[in-house]
Design a binder for this molecule. Sequence first.
Ligand code: PRP
Ligand code: ADE
Length: 178
Amino acid sequence: DHEQARELLRSKIRSIPDFPSPGILFRDITPALADAEAFTAAVELHLHHIADLDGQLDAIVGMEARGFLFGPILAHRLNLAFVPARKPGKLPAETIAEDYALEYAKNTLQIHADALRPGARVLIVDDLLATGGTAAATTRLIERLGATVAAQLFMIELVALGGRAAQGDHRVEAVLQF
Ligand code: PRP
Ligand code: ADE
């Protein structure tokens, strides 16, 4: 059942102190990806969290790089488009950009200007919500294109970092909380 799957998945998240900088407790999802049973559990749990949005979505936007792990899998399972939000200088056609701060760095994300049609209903997918800077920047990109964010879905929410509050009124779903 779902609680058993959640406990299996939780047991495969590895915590590494002081990575990538002192004071950061890095939640490493690679052991969950490396275990086929946990990987399957993760995909099914992601789908479970947004089951009520069935038929109400047009596209998934995933953020480079770890949003590319589950985003395309979920898009395929739900028969949705997948649109990448990428680090600067990677997308070849016309882009729009947003700067943001995250738990341990600053960066910029870009999206292709023609990637979403106005009115498109979007699910944001990333591995982890920390301060929420990355997700908020992605929401701004999507809304600047005239699309709407139906929900944001993460495998992990780091509750103490307050990323949920940084998303305003947007719906936030997380498979695991730490
Ligand atoms: C990580 C993670 C999220 C973001 C969360 O990405 O995958 O995208 O940080 O942090 P925030 O909520 O404080 O913004 P990172 O920028 O490290 O890049 P990566 O996916 O390329 O590893
Ligand atoms: N991205 C931002 N903060 C993180 C953390 N503590 N662990 C893994 N990825 C992160």
